[in-house]
Each structure stands twice: as structure tokens, then as C-alpha cells.
Design a protein around this ligand. Structure first.
Ligand SMILES: *Cc1c(COP(=O)(O)O)cnc(C)c1O
Length: 385
């Protein structure tokens, strides 16, 4: 049994204790924390396309609320299965160029349900070392033999695939855009590899969907590898401005998961208003590429401001921009310095990232104005001196 007091004290001593910060007001990419009247520019949100406040999502949710009420009342397999869930799944399947899709309560639940449905004790999983905790937990829950390869290192993956060949069927799991570093998986090479070794491939596009691809179909669309990805998973809670998650794939795969993924079977269906907002977001992302264009212009501007200001670290290829600091205490101190200058960014610390690589994470959203981005770049350059 854990000794609570002792554990908490130890964490406190190494700057590892987490706590909640209540946001008392939020809107248009700015926020105010409870007990502090300063308005801060929010660089911590994953609402990349600023859809959470979009009128199309709000009215879709309001209409669904009026029509169906708040909760869905039961799991999909009982009486919670509404037309809006199916419309959403059809729209997602189309967005991902797949036959079918299935929704889940959240991304965590999707990963914790899908992976154990597909692999078990006699199988292998090859998982990127920086994969999200929900993927890792799904892997552990499955009981399969877990082989973790070095982050984005396909040579390492290939060596491991060779070494383990003949040890059973294998699933490879990656993210398209990594949530903490913002870097991108080389999906074309990965698909070639998975085909050579006859593995199943699952790609988590929590940070890719809506942001990349000509129609917002994610990195798998941009890289033209939809066919080679067996399970295209993602969430509605980030660029899509809503909540929940999905996986897209073959109709057969969806029929199987509907019967086997325990987090789908034994959990209440997404509330209709939430599903309706997600549906509106998927439609908007396809219909309005200008949302994406605007976001990418802002990302490019922020990176240019940092570069011209003399910052020489790696800023990565996406809307998630990591600024490496080192120790947790130093990262927390920089967060405070930024806050004093009106900037809200978060420190990402171990155990989320490896020891000694605590960092600040800036995520750019469509809400940010040129003035916001300039102010943030200036503040960041100052505190890095
Ligand atoms: C956020 C995230 C999840 C979890 O999704 P939720 O809907 O927030 O539970 C899963 N995978 C990745 C890569 C994520 O970034």
C-alpha cells in the first residue's frame, strides 16, 4: 500500500507534484486564472482551429440538446445508439478515406479498448517510445509482448522486426504528430516496413486530424498512406473542438471492434450534443480549408519571429512547438516568468517526458493574433537569454 504523505512529499521535493489551476474565464485564445485578474494569452490549448467557440459547433450542439436532451442514456449496444452517432461515423470514415468508423468516449478509452481487442498474450506490439500514455496503457492491458522502439527511428524498428520475426502476429502503433515534441512520424517509410513484415498498423492522429491534409484528413491524407494504415485513430477533443474519439478502418474491422473493444461495449454512448458538435466540426474541416491555412500562417509567423530573434533550437514541423529547458524546477520557473509577461504556456515534465528534458510546450491556435504571437515570441526570447 502506498504511503500517501511520503509519496506527496517526495514529489514536492523534486518539483514533480501536479496541481489543478482553475480557469475562471476563457475565450478567443485568452484566459484568466482563478485568484489572478491578469488576462493571459493561452498557448496551452489543443483547440488548434479554434472550433470550440465556432458558431456552427455551438448551434449543432444546441439543436441536438433540444432534440435529444443531455445524456445518451445507455451504451451504443443498448439503447444509446442515435442517428447522430452514425452520421458522425460516416463523416469520419469519409474524412479518413476508410470504409467505416467507430466512435469512443475519449481518446484514452479508444486506445485502451482497441489495442487489447486486437492483440493478446501470444502477439507482439511495436510501439514508439514517445507514444501517448493511453497507447501505452492499451498495450499493457492487452498482455501482448511489448517492444518499444526508439522515437521515430525506423532503422531501430526494422532491426526489432527482424529479430522478432516468427514470434507471432504483430501490431505497430505510432502517432502521426507527437503530442509533446510536435514532430512527425515518417509514415510512408513506415507503411512500406509494415507491408514488408505483414504487420497491422495503427496511427493515432490526435494532433494531426484537422490540421494536416488537403481536407483535414490528417498526416495520413497528406502523405497519401490512408490505404496502408489499418487503424486510423484520432480524437474530437483537439483540433475538432469537441470531445470523444474515433477509429476508422475496414467495415470488417469496425464490426469486430464493436464486438470486442470493452471500452466501447461497456460505456455510455457519447452525449448527442457532443456527437453533433463533432459532426459539425468534421464537416467544417472539410468544407473550409481556409481554417487550416490561417493556422499554418500563424505557426510559420511564430517560428519566424523566434528565428529572427536568434533562437536556434529545433522548432519542429507542426503547431506544437517544444522549447527544451532541462530540469523540472527550471521549466517551472520559466513558466512563471512567462506568466508575468502575460503568456500562459505549460511545462511538460517527467514522467511525461524523459528525465532532464523538461520543456515548455507552445501550441499555436487560430485564435492567436499577430500581436499575441509577437508578444509571446518577445517574452520567450527574453527568458531564454
Ligand atoms: C490527447 C491524446 C489522447 C487522449 O485523447 P482524449 O480524448 O483526451 O482522452 C490520445 N492520444 C494522443 C496522442 C493524445 O494526444
Amino acid at each position: 500500500m502506498v504511503d500517501l504523505k511520503n509519496w506527496l512529499n517526495q514529489q514536492r521535493e523534486k518539483d514533480g507534484l501536479r496541481s489543478l489551476r482553475t480557469v475562471s474565464h476563457r475565450g478567443k485564445g485568452h484566459l484568466t486564472l482563478a485568484g489572478d485578474d491578469r488576462e493571459l494569452i493561452d498557448f496551452s490549448s489543443n483547440d488548434y482551429l479554434a472550433l470550440a467557440e465556432h458558431p456552427a459547433l455551438i448551434s449543432a450542439a444546441q439543436n441536438a440538446l433540444n432534440q435529444y436532451g443531455t445524456g445518451s442514456g445507455a451504451s451504443r449496444l443498448m439503447s444509446g445508439d442515435l442517428a447522430v452517432h452514425h452520421e458522425l461515423e460516416e463523416a469520419v470514415a469519409q474524412l479518413k478515406s476508410k470504409e467505416a468508423a467507430l466512435t469512443f468516449g475519449s481518446g484514452y478509452m479508444a486506445n485502451a479498448g482497441i489495442i487489447p481487442a486486437l492483440v493478446g498474450r501470444h502477439d507482439l506490439i511495436f510501439s514508439d517510445r514517445l507514444n501517448h500514455a493511453s497507447i501505452h496503457d492499451g498495450c499493457r492491458l492487452s498482455g501482448a509482448h511489448l517492444v518499444r522502439f526508439r522515437h521515430n527511428d525506423l532503422n531501430h524498428l526494422e532491426d526489432l522486426l527482424k529479430e522478432k520475426q516468427g514470434h507471432g502476429p504483430a501490431l505497430i502503433v505510432v502517432e502521426s504528430i507527437y503530442s509533446m515534441d510536435g514532430d512527425r512520424c515518417p509514415l510512408r517509410e513506415l507503411v512500406a516496413l509494415k507491408e514488408r513484415f505483414g504487420c497491422l498498423l495503427m496511427v493515432d492522429e490526435a494532433h494531426g486530424t484537422g490540421v494536416f491534409g488537403p481536407n483535414g484528413g490528417g498526416v495520413i491524407e497528406e502523405d497519401g498512406v490512408s490505404t496502408g494504415v489499418d487503424l486510423a485513430m484520432g480524437t474530437f477533443g483537439k483540433a475538432l473542438g469537441s470531445y470523444g474519439a474515433y477509429v476508422a478502418g475496414s467495415a470488417e474491422m469496425m464490426e469486430y471492434l464493436l464486438n470486442r473493444a470493452r471500452s466501447f461495449i461497456f460505456s455510455t454512448a457519447l452525449p448527442p450534443a457532443v456527437a453533433a458538435a463533432s459532426l459539425a466540426a468534421v464537416q467544417l474541416v472539410r468544407a473550409e480549408p481556409s481554417l487550416r491555412r490561417e493556422l499554418h500562417e500563424k505557426i510559420a509567423l511564430f517560428k519566424t519571429l523566434l528565428r529572427t530573434g536568434g533562437y536556434s533550437g529545433d522548432l519542429g514541423p507542426s503547431q506544437i512547438i517544444p522549447v527544451l529547458i532541462g530540469e523540472s524546477g527550471a521549466a517551472l520557473h520559466k513558466v512563471e516568468l512567462l506568466r508575468a509577461q502575460g503568456i500562459f504556456a505549460t511545462a511538460v515534465r517527467p514522467p511525461t517526458v524523459p528525465d532532464g528534458t523538461a520543456r515548455l510546450r507552445f501550441s499555436i491556435t487560430r485564435h492567436h493574433s499577430i500581436a499575441d504571437l509577437s508578444q509571446a515570441a518577445k517574452a520567450l526570447l527574453e527568458i531564454m537569454e
